[in-house]
Design a protein around this ligand. Sequence first.
Ligand SMILES: *[C@@H]1O[C@H](CO)[C@@H](O)[C@H](O)[C@H]1NC(C)=O
Ligand SMILES: *[C@@H]1O[C@H](CO)[C@@H](O)[C@H](O)[C@H]1NC(C)=O
Ligand SMILES: *[C@@H]1O[C@H](CO)[C@@H](O)[C@H](O)[C@H]1NC(C)=O
Ligand SMILES: *[C@@H]1O[C@H](CO)[C@@H](O)[C@H](O)[C@H]1NC(C)=O
Ligand SMILES: *[C@@H]1O[C@H](CO)[C@@H](O)[C@H](O)[C@H]1NC(C)=O
Length: 409
Amino acid sequence: MLNSTSTMRYHIIAAACASLAQASLQASLPGALGPLKFSKDGTFQISIFEDLHFGENAWDTWGPEQDRKSVTVLNKILDSESPDLVVLNGDLITGENGFQENATVYIDQITAPLIERGLSWASTYGNHDHSFNLSAEQLLARERRWPNARTTQMVFGRDAGVSNYYLPVYGSGMRWPWSAPRLILWFFDSRGGQYFQELDESGHDIPQPNWVDTSVVDWFRKTSSALTRRYGKTIPSLAFVHIPTNASLAAQTMVGIDENREPGINDDYALAQQAQGWCANGTNSNECAYGGQDGPFMRSLVETPGILGVFSGHDHGDTWCYKWDTQIPGMDIVGNGVNLCFGQHSGYGGYGHWIRGSRQVRISEGMLERGELKTWIRLESGDVVGSVGLNATYGEDLYPPTPNDKTYL
Ligand SMILES: *[C@@H]1O[C@H](CO)[C@@H](O)[C@H](O)[C@H]1NC(C)=O
Ligand SMILES: *[C@@H]1O[C@H](CO)[C@@H](O)[C@H](O)[C@H]1NC(C)=O
Ligand SMILES: *[C@@H]1O[C@H](CO)[C@@H](O)[C@H](O)[C@H]1NC(C)=O
Ligand SMILES: *[C@@H]1O[C@H](CO)[C@@H](O)[C@H](O)[C@H]1NC(C)=O
Ligand SMILES: *[C@@H]1O[C@H](CO)[C@@H](O)[C@H](O)[C@H]1NC(C)=O
């Protein structure tokens, strides 16, 4: 038996070996992580995959078959697009179908197409990534076995969730770490699902709140102000969060989504938002449609200068972008022009037969100065739909409606 001194020595040596192994692994793989940078041509592209829902029905043939089809979606889309970063925007795995001993192994299937191409990725976790048998902490650890993973955790505590962090993106000619980033990417954990391995007195799972926690909002506001002070200017940014806020629901139901001005599928009507199914007093109950707890997060999104777009998944049947630039009837938080976007259901797991795809976001250093983005959805068929400019006239410009195609395989 080891005494405590030798145990500690053992831990120090083991930790040193692990970090050496990690360092040599990073050096040997094509995806070895330097900081994110704009390409030499001055552009930066993100491919967003969301609601992949791996690991459904592992006990029969249907489940693993869906996972194989989802891998095909990843491969097809990455054959057509060449992103500088992949974002996995929540519900990577259907945790309710998970077994405690292997609930996170699906990460290896999801990331294989990225690793083969030397791509790096950053995840947010969704409600299905938090479950009795699936721990978001273990999911992060599984991702971090690959040096291509940029997912990390910057806010700690039971209420914070896990995937809250930011990534700086530097200019193509940057001299890191001395240059200011050109773009900041914020990632938030909208939680939900159930607490890992916890049961109440009557043996039921314990639901976890499904909004971005105020501890994370405080961290976001402080960190964003600190970055502004440090670099002496507002750095433009994008935000990723699995569950959209109530502002998206308000836009959809109180203003309306126009198929020519906000092209996209709008089948999840009324959409599911943060704090849905919770009462204002913090009780989880079917009696309450919405508890309003996403208010502080929504407020921080409109009060933080420079956020060009907020990208969500969760509602598989909604794929539009809406420029929130007004006071929507009934809401006291006033939009500042931030674009609220859904992507496209990317996985064969999860509900719905809408054709699978992936939202692309492309930014050039010039567009950043004007606060503009370009975005489109690449479908598994190879087609591109919903290609729009998120610029000063988005919401007025006319586009062809997005076809509402389904895939039954
Ligand atoms: C996970 O474990 C379950 C139960 O032991 C098994 O049915 C399933 O095939 C495993 N999944 C993977 C991907 O290994
Ligand atoms: C959790 O995993 C255990 C061990 O594999 C399994 O027996 C159990 O059915 C799972 N529970 C749930 C709620 O999925
Ligand atoms: C949430 O959205 C509804 C519209 O669906 C709106 O009536 C309500 O005022 C909003 N509440 C908040 C707090 O944003
Ligand atoms: C919270 O509010 C709901 C709906 O108004 C109510 O049914 C429930 O009893 C309240 N719970 C507590 C602990 O106050
Ligand atoms: C915004 O982008 C659209 C589509 O590219 C374009 O037609 C429109 O002229 C642009 N508006 C501005 C103000 O640049």
